[in-house]
Every structure is written in structure tokens, then in C-alpha cells.
Design a protein around this ligand. Sequence first.
Ligand code: ATP
Ligand code: MG
Ligand code: ZN
Length: 367
Amino acid sequence: MEHISLYRKYRPKTFDEVIGQEHITKTLQNQIMNNHIGHAYLFTGTRGTGKTSVAKIFALAVNCLTPVNGSPCGKCENCLNLQKDNDINIIEMDAASNNKVDDVREIREKVKFLPVGAKYKVYIIDEVHMLTDSAFNALLKTLEEPPEHIIFILATTEAHKLPQTILSRCVRFDFHLVSVSDLMKHLAKIFDKENIKYDEESLKLIATAGEGSVRDTLSIADSIASYCQGNITKEQTLEILGTTDYDLILSFFKEIKDREVGNILSLIDKIEKEGKNLAVFAKDLSKHARNLLVCKTCKDANDILNLPNDVFEKFKEQADLFEEKDLIRYMQVFSSAENELRYTLSVRLLLETTCLTAILGLEVKKN
Ligand SMILES: Nc1ncnc2c1ncn2[C@@H]1O[C@H](COP(=O)(O)OP(=O)(O)OP(=O)(O)O)[C@@H](O)[C@H]1O
Ligand SMILES: [Mg+2]
Ligand SMILES: [Zn+2]
């Protein structure tokens, strides 16, 4: 059987299935329920946060004969027809490949025709910032006097690239990055439906790695689930994400604190023999120094770090052992090494030197 990626399979079909964008979905639902619909919308925000999904739900909802709580019912004649691929009432256009003035003129010609078997024709123009200047001008003419039966939804990750003239004619909705806790709940639901086993820590690791994008989170989840063959473990998740084990990094920092040169060298040896990537490890070191500094100095540190709770406790404990100024110095030493590691031929030697420099408290010498 062909594998359908999780993010395709779980594209939301109603406003209630959209996560983390209540400020937008509530407003749109109200507009549908009160029959108070605009003619030009701008959806902006980071990739994979729901712009295209919400645009499609809205396009169906405005046409649905029996909307449920402002969402498309999915069952009426209009819902069924409009979901067909060749339907002419919902027109999706990718401005990245159709960015010429002629493409927009074609829209201007077509908007004159009434919808067929629907109330509204909805144009969804994705990546709208890619339009050429003359295409923008052509679009503007249509936006200035949109026919009653037409709705435009412009979507972009880069609203700042749009001309003010366009912006001022659209109702703007900013899609937010989705929080780790919302992503975790979403993942858990999907894993349960897919009969994929998981633990809380893996859930948190995957949700954090997605960096606020639902699509990215689901595609990371996809690769981990297939690697783990349906039984996701923390170890395998860490392996795939290429992150070092927290316990390893904690014990490494303990050796640094204790200035145990011999132990540091043998740990690096062990890490390399295990086939871990030393450059990735160096990155983890500078990140850890930063994380400890956050633990030490910020009030709601774990809101920033988003670590599993038991790990966070260990981090906090370790942070207490270090002085602020030392952590800042480690950040400097390790992050400058991180850059050099990309070019050096002897990663291991550079990493060893960096660690020893860090414990001696010397400046890294630049040649
Ligand atoms: N807010 C969300 N709630 C639930 N699922 C979401 C959400 N955002 C994205 N997704 C998931 O990610 C997939 C892609 O989302 P969508 O195409 O709507 O993102 P987008 O914001 O348009 O991204 P892009 O900027 O790359 O076009 C969806 O099929 C869905 O699985
Ligand atoms: Mg999109
Ligand atoms: Zn319907």
C-alpha cells in the first residue's frame, strides 16, 4: 500500500480540527454564521501553520448549504462537488509559477463569470509575494472592485514583500507558530489513530524539533515512526534527530566543571567510536552552555527550553554548579569552534583543543 504522509492524511477539514490558530478560526466561523463575509483576505505566517488548509476550509464553508458551527458540513451537494479536483469554483493558483501579469489578467477575465453550482468563486493565491509588479497592479484592479460572488484569499510567508496598496485592501490574519504543548496533543491523537506507540519524552522531542510548524512536526514524526516501525522510543528519536543524549552532555559538562582532562579526552574518544558526529556534538555543547545560562538566569526557564521535566530538573541542578561568567565564556568558545569545525580537517583535534581551552579559561587563539 502506498504510504500517505501524515501531514497529507491529516489535513484539517473543519475549523475545529485546526490547531493553535483559534484567533483566526473563531473569527472566520463567526463570519460564516453571521453571513458577514469579506472579499479579500490575507493569510500570513510561517510555513506549515495552516494557511492553505484554512483557506480551503473557508472556501468550502462559504459555499456549504448546511454549515455546522461555521465549518463545512462535508456532506451537502456543494461540499461534495467543490471537493472534486476539477471543480471550477475554488481556484488555487501558485504565484511562484504563475507570477506574470497575463496570469492575473486571466483571473480578471474569469471573475466576471458567475459561480456554477456554488454561491462563491474563491481564488486562493499562494506565495502571493512572488507576483511581479505589473501582476500586482492587475490584481489590485480586481481587489478594488471585487464582484459580489468573488472571494480572494492571498497567502504568503512574507507579507512584508507585499505592496501597501494590496495590504490595505485585505483583511489580514497572522498565523502563529504552534506551541509545543499543542503540537504534543496533536501528535498524540494522530499516533493513537495510527496505532503508533510512543512515550511522552519522544513526543516532546518531536514537537520541539518541529519548531512551531505543524507540517514539519508531522513529517519528522513520519520518518521517526517508520524508522521505529510503529514503536517510537526516546533513543531512536534522539538518533534520528541527530541530537546527543542529555545524559551524555550532562556528564560531559560535569567533567569540564571538574577539569578532568583525561576523562574529557576519553569521552570524546568514546563518542567518536560510537559513530556520533563530532561536529553535531560540538553544536550540542554550545547549546548546553546556553541552556544552563537560561536555567540560571531566567524565571520561567522551561518555557524557553521546552525540555522534558526530569531533564529540566537535571539541567537546573547542573546550572547551579557554574558561574554565569563561565557559562558565557563556554558559549563563546564552543560556538566559535562550531564555525571552525565546518572547515577543519581534524574535527577531533579541534574539539579536544576547544574543550581543554574551555576548562583552562583561556581565550581561543585565532590564526
Ligand atoms: N494549524 C494547523 N492545524 C492542524 N494541522 C495543520 C496546521 N497547520 C498545518 N497543518 C498540517 O500541515 C499540513 C500543511 O499545512 P498548510 O498547507 O495549511 O500550511 P501552510 O501554512 O499553507 O504552509 P506553506 O506556507 O508552506 O504553504 C496540513 O496538511 C496539516 O496536516
Ligand atoms: Mg500553503
Ligand atoms: Zn456542506
